[in-house]
Design a protein around this ligand. Structure first.
Ligand code: ZN
Ligand code: ZN
Length: 490
């Protein structure tokens, strides 16, 4: 049967009544539990039932309330993210307040199968992985990088080809299995944060993007599809069946080791004081930031309807000319650090050369100074002081550069200018957001085998990050409810 829509006020009434009836002998709500209670009490998740209406059939037994299952999953992530789901159900038995805040009678809890059934309905694809299990046999490991190195090698040609392909196909939105999760996240979570002003200015959003390794298991598991080994052929090239086809081996530069799993690429709201995440994308571990950004920015722009992305803040691993072109094509201003591999100046058609950081060098070898922007000609002016001696002109040698000549070297906002620094310093917001997911919410403790479940975990954690921000930003107001909801904890 279809699940019955339970208005949020009914859930609140249930919690209220349960706390009144059972407080004392069975249930103690201590002060430490209050923020958790407040977040659940204030967050209306009832729309999940409407969203999933079509995903349930007309027949069969009445399903559990989807909103309660979702709440329970969020409480699990907020309180015991290192547990497995089976253990979580035991934990709800031991700690009835968790069951009540989920919306369950604590003597009538769902089994683990009920949770998985619910997750499958949030994933409108038959396959729980993105790629088929049967794959070409994988070759050796990816190259090691140096400690803290931002860019493990990828060929600029690969990024360029992908950008060219994406730019031809930006109008075509390919449905992704995680879209149902994003739709809910955008309509019920991002919208609330946007209305509270927690994402910054959504009409001209400043976004940041970065990738982070997600370790899923020690080794990739695979089975042969052939009997070559039995026939004494040791090294054949037949395809194999991989149990985690979306995972492979990558190099974790922070931990300085190879790992098996995913490369999680996240886009976040850079001006958010709470470092709030906007769009997650799982790629195989060998994925490179620059390649992942290309796919993520196109997918995100196709899906984000709450405002307009105005700026994209990225680290030097993204410093590829094709990325500037793509973002410019999307009307997004790139803020990317230069990744200077070359120390050579570039020649121009005059006697001026250009340094690797985009500064014109006068014939005497001195760096020219920025000298304002000529709006009518849309060009940046540079000048060398008369004392340099490189020119007889009264005010010294001048030179002009156009953004259109080279988006990478002459960005609209000059690197190192006050405006650049002010904008770009918010880039680290994405690093804090990714850290919060991995360290505070133990992202990698999920013992999941499917990409579907990893997406559930990632979106669950992202919802928790937003709920945390709602509480922190409205703490005084929300704390006033304490004496009404649970007088015992006041
Ligand atoms: Zn074989
Ligand atoms: Zn000069």
């Amino acid at each position: 049967m279809k699940p019955v829509f339970v208005p949020h006020s009914n859930y609140q009434a249930f919690v209220h009544q349960q706390l009144r009836t059972h407080y004392g002998p069975g249930i103690v709500l201590i002060n430490k539990d209050w923020p958790l209670a407040a977040k659940l009490w204030m967050t209306d998740l009832s729309a999940i039932t409407t969203l999933l209406h079509d995903a349930y059939s007309n027949r069969g037994p009445l399903p559990r309330d989807p909103a309660s299952l979702l709440r329970s999953f969020l409480i699990f992530l907020m309180t015991n993210p290192e547990m497995g789901l089976t253990e979580w159900i035991n934990e709800m038995k031991r700690t009835p307040i968790y069951a009540i805040l989920s919306g369950f009678d604590f003597d009538d809890l769902p089994g683990v199968g009920t949770f998985y059934d619910f997750f499958e309905r949030l994933w409108p694809a038959v396959d729980k992985h993105l790629k088929p299990k049967k794959q070409r046999k994988r070759k050796g490991k990816t190259k090691k990088g140096k400690k803290g190195e931002i860019a493990p090698t990828t060929t600029p040609g690969k990024v360029k080809r992908l950008v060219e392909w994406m730019m031809r196909h930006t109008d075509k939105k390919n449905a992704l299995p995680a879209d149902r999760l994003f739709d809910f996240f955008q309509a019920q979570i991002l919208t609330v944060s946007a209305n509270l002003g927690l994402l910054g200015d959504v009409s001209a959003l400043s976004a940041a993007g970065d990738g982070t390794p997600v370790v899923t298991s020690a080794y990739p598991r695979s089975k042969p599809t052939c009997d070559c080994r039995a026939r004494g052929i040791a090294d054949c090239n037949h395809p194999r069946l991989y149990s985690q086809p979306d995972c492979n081996s990558g190099w974790d530069s922070a931990r300085e080791k190879h790992f098996n799993g995913y490369h999680l690429y996240m886009i976040s709201a850079a001006d958010s004081k709470h470092d709030l995440p906007l769009y997650p994308r799982l790629q195989p571990a060998s994925g490179h930031d620059a390649v992942s950004l290309v796919m993520s920015t196109v997918e995100f722009k196709q899906r984000f309807t709450l405002g307009t992305v105005d700026k994209m803040l990225l680290d030097a691993a993204h410093d590829a000319e094709a990325i500037y072109l793509l973002l410019d094509h999307q009307n997004i201003e790139p803020f990317i650090d230069l990744n200077n591999r070359s120390k050579k100046n570039t020649a121009t058609d005059s006697d001026i050369q250009i340094s690797p950081t985009g500064i014109p060098i006068c014939p005497k070898g001195n760096e020219m100074k920025p000298n304002g922007f000529d709006k009518s000609q849309n060009r940046r002016k540079w000048r060398c002081s008369p004392s340099c001696g490189c020119s007889d002109a009264k005010y010294g040698r001048t030179y002009h550069t156009h953004s259109s000549d080279n988006l990478r070297l002459y960005p609209k906002t000059v690197r190192g200018s006050e405006k650049w620094n002010l904008t770009y310093k918010r880039r680290t917001s994405i690093e804090r957001s990714n850290k919060r997911e991995k360290i505070d919410y133990k992202l990698e403790s999920g013992r999941h085998r499917s990409t579907m479940m990893w997406y559930m975990r990632i979106y669950g954690i992202m919802i928790c990050q937003h709920m945390d921000a709602w509480y922190v930003s409205q703490k005084d107001e929300w704390d006033k409810l304490k004496s009404t909801i649970c007088p015992s904890a006041a």
